[in-house]
Design a protein around this ligand. Structure first.
Ligand SMILES: C[S@@+](CC[C@H](N)C(=O)[O-])C[C@H]1O[C@@H](n2cnc3c(N)ncnc32)[C@H](O)[C@@H]1O
Length: 252
């Protein structure tokens, strides 16, 4: 399916061996919705197993997600948005932190992923919405904080820019973004592991392209100012905490 979709795709910067797997922005959303429609029921066990390997055994995923929640630091009364919320594990953890004093919205394009999310125990104040993170149906400045976790590396550069620009539009001036993505760990055997694993997946070209372009650079390119870059999960992931400057006008 991916190859057929991408016959015409020859995105710049992609590894030649994988060029035929690069998804054009116009096709991208439909392709990923379909991929996740097939993978949704395997997604949570897959992430749990991957973080078991990458982050110190049992509880590895939980520790990784708690690091992310620590950085986003949901506070009472805040409105948060989780872009590309998947099966909602992180969204739920953030909602638990709010303890009902605030609102959190997960925006996800795959209905199958959303079904898995909605079958979980949902704390008060949490809503999952079927939508496209490139064009969310909320007014500008509606949210105090946005998070996007492990989704950008599956997107072509142009799409990443649209999603990050949408995050920028959605948060109020002074509001924050936490973007979480792959990182190449300093230890050679860890670097080899993650690169070898990703090489086997259809997301390899966009994964490489994001690493080359730099998560922090892409976050800043849409207008955010970086406050902190922090590593998590034994350096397999990086987290960029950024702020929308106070001086920014919030347009609808
Ligand atoms: C690797 S998963 C990450 C899910 C979740 N953030 C997590 O931490 O587990 C990427 C998710 O992004 C979703 N996605 C991709 N493009 C999207 C878009 N344009 N709008 C909303 N969701 C999107 C996919 O359907 C998938 O569920």
């Amino acid at each position: 399916m991916m190859k057929a979709e991408n016959e015409e795709a020859r995105a710049g910067g992609a590894d030649a061996n994988h060029a035929n797997r690069v998804v054009l922005p116009d096709h991208y959303a439909a392709v990923y919705a379909r991929i996740y429609d097939h993978l949704a029921r395997f997604y949570d066990p897959f992430v749990r197993s991957a973080l078991f390997i990458m982050n110190g055994g049992f509880g590895g995923e939980r520790r990784w997600r708690e690091d992310i929640v620590d950085l986003i630091d949901p506070g009472p009364g805040e409105h948060l948005v989780d872009l590309c919320s998947g099966t909602g594990t992180l969204t739920i953890l953030m909602a638990e932190k709010l303890k009902g004093y605030g609102e959190i919205t997960g925006i996800e394009i795959s209905e199958a992923q959303l079904r898995v999310a909605n079958r979980k125990h949902l704390p008060p104040g949490l809503t999952f919405v079927h939508g496209d993170a490139r064009h969310a149906t909320y007014p500008g400045g509606h949210f105090d904080k946005a998070v996007i976790c492990a989704a950008l590396h599956e997107m072509p550069r142009e799409t990443r820019k649209m999603v990050l620009a949408e995050a920028f539009r959605l948060v109020r001036p002074g509001g924050r973004l936490v973007a979480v993505e792959h990182n190449i760990p300093g230890e050679w055997h860890k670097a080899l592991f993650i690169n070898a694993f990703e090489y086997l997946t259809p997301e390899y070209p966009t994964y490489k392209d994001l690493l080359e372009s730099g998560l922090q650079n892409e976050v800043e390119a849409v207008g955010f100012s970086t406050l902190e870059v922090r590593m998590t999960a034994s350096e397999y992931f990086q987290m960029v905490l950024a702020e929308k400057p106070d001086s920014c006008d919030t347009s609808p």
